[in-house]
Design a protein around this ligand. Structure first.
Ligand code: SF4
Ligand code: SF4
Length: 299
């Protein structure tokens, strides 16, 4: 059975990619799924060689057949998103694909057409196969793209007898996050000791709780505010959430990024030891189950 781990954070900039990329280096038989589709950055470290490219189609958008259209204007006044201009041209960035104009057009002049909204790729990296994506500028439907990336990653895991899918999730708590964590075996939340960090943590834990997915936490840069780190620890303890690691700020993280390497490749120092320790804890939970009781569903 292929195990699935998703690493998320309440917002960007908590160091999620620092952890995920190092986990990728430590995983022995995994497919990597970069589901941070709005701002993918793992490729900067993993330097993938693309082997397959797929078009991604998001929402259908309206298209008006000028041969059939009589110019009655009903569709213009009916569109709640002001997506149809006076020249009867559909602004595909404003069109939400609701289909109202197609429904009300007396001439059947409107059709809903699939619109390419991005691409996703299968690539080879020095750590194994990677599925990643690029959403077009201003495009939505990132949750659907995350689902496509995960689906292809599952196929690759099956085809290549991998035992794990390591998912780098998007920030926030929106539909893309839900698509990245649904049906996974464990969610690791990377947080940082700031006031917004603890608030964001609570929000993502609520999402994981709703979907009944076991959740664990890692506090990054724990020494930048020890008091808030303590509050995060208390919150986790009160909610039965294991804290798998508390990592202090370390310049080595930036140096590794600049060198285009994962932290565990770049350094054998304390920060790498700490990341390895978090990874061992995750492996215990996912495969050895020695600490299964640690990862509880949040009630
Ligand atoms: S409702 Fe149909 S016929 Fe009327 S302007 Fe729109 S597309 Fe043309
Ligand atoms: S599909 Fe909906 S949002 Fe798009 S142009 Fe038609 S009415 Fe407007």
């Amino acid at each position: 059975m292929v195990k699935k781990l998703t690493v998320i954070s309440g917002k960007g900039g908590t160091g999620k990619t620092t952890f995920t990329s190092s986990f990728v280096a430590l995983a022995e038989n995994a497919v990597i799924a970069d589901c941070d589709v709005d701002a993918a950055d793992m490729h900067l470290i993993l330097q993938p060689e693309i082997s397959e490219t797929y078009d991604f189609y998001g929402l259908d958008v309206a298209s008006i057949d000028r041969e059939l259209c009589t110019g009655c204007g009903t569709c213009i006044s009916s569109c709640k998103f002001a997506a149809i201009g006076p020249e009867l041209v559909v602004d595909t960035y404003k069109c939400e694909g609701c289909g109202v104009c197609e429904y009300i057009c007396p001439m059947d002049a409107v059709s809903m057409l699939a619109k390419k909204a991005g691409e996703y790729y299968c690539s080879n990296t020095r750590f194994g196969p990677l599925v990643h994506a690029k959403l077009g500028v201003g495009e939505e439907a990132s949750g659907k793209l995350v689902s496509d990336v995960r689906h292809r990653a599952s196929e690759l895991a099956e085809q290549n007898s991998k035992d794990m899918i390591l998912i780098d999730g998007p920030p926030g708590t929106g539909c893309a996050v839900i698509a990245a964590i649904t049906g996974t075996d464990m969610v690791l939340v990377v947080t940082e000791p700031t006031k917004s960090g603890i608030h964001d943590l609570e929000r993502v834990v609520q999402v994981a709780k709703h979907f009944r997915i076991p959740v664990a936490v890692c506090i990054n840069k724990c020494d930048i505010n020890e008091q808030i780190s303590e509050s995060i620890n208390d919150y986790c303890e009160d909610n039965g959430i294991p804290v798998l690691g508390m990592l202090p700020y370390d310049d080595v993280v930036i140096e590794a990024m600049v060198a285009g390497k994962t932290v565990v490749e770049y350094s054998d120092g304390k920060i790498s030891e700490d990341i390895r320790s978090v990874w061992d804890e995750i492996m215990n939970v996912l495969f050895r189950q020695e600490k299964k009781d640690l990862v509880k569903l949040v009630q």
